[in-house]
Design a binder for this molecule. Sequence first.
Ligand code: ADP
Ligand code: MG
Ligand code: MG
Length: 254
Amino acid sequence: MSTLVISDLHVSVETDQGTKQILKGVDLTIEQGSIHAIMGPNGSGKSTLAYTIAGHPKYHVESGSITLDGAQVLDMTVDERARAGLFLAMQYPVEIPGVTVSNFLRTAKTALDGEAPALRGWVKEIRESMAALRMDKTFAERNVNEGFSGGEKKRHEILQLELLKPTFAILDETDSGLDVDALKIVSEGVNRAKANTGLGVLLITHYTRILRYIKPDFVHVFVDGRVAEEGGPELAERLENEGYDRFLADASVG
Ligand code: ADP
Ligand code: MG
Ligand code: MG
């Protein structure tokens, strides 16, 4: 059973106005096989947490640590993080001109495993996952993220998740821009990955809508760069009814 531990994490970025502190002491422990929702108002630092786990060079870790089964994630390159079992789906995925989905997936899988996947099984697996995500076969031959609609980008993320089989996935605003049908399909994919491979998920979301389809085991409310409150699924229901006002009032006093 793998564990991802974030301890007293402080993160800053350089802006035109100087150094800006964004994360101000984040503590979070995620066990494999459980789903943690990170919820919070815009600007509270949710994406910063995702980028920091991903190793984005813009985000400077001032202090604290992120460990995966005791190994320092912060000392790992981005590739090493992926090989260690971390999967990051970004709020704004990048285009990769000239690289098809099919080639991209095979290259990523080969890099992760250290050897190319056996062709027949691999082709079958891609076909099955694409069918489950209701993706047209021709999608595999399109260039990564080039001209993808919002829904296609998200499905492509979940396709990666199903095929690359990470230990932990960080999903940042996976629900944004999805209609209900696409949201259900994407959510089912995440639930399948949890059931099939014991995936642990850090599900970052501003809205409670996706939590109707992906049931969180734990909910953490993020305010002003730290976890302000945590609880079970009932906390998401409270936020759905009450919004973030109570927390924002608290933050401005402190
Ligand atoms: P969230 O995802 O919760 O909306 P973010 O992590 O995107 O929050 O942003 C938190 C705060 O940090 C915001 O005030 C945002 O403007 C600022 N911030 C984030 N990234 C950068 C950056 N690269 N440069 C300058 N400011 C940033
Ligand atoms: Mg935001
Ligand atoms: Mg964000």
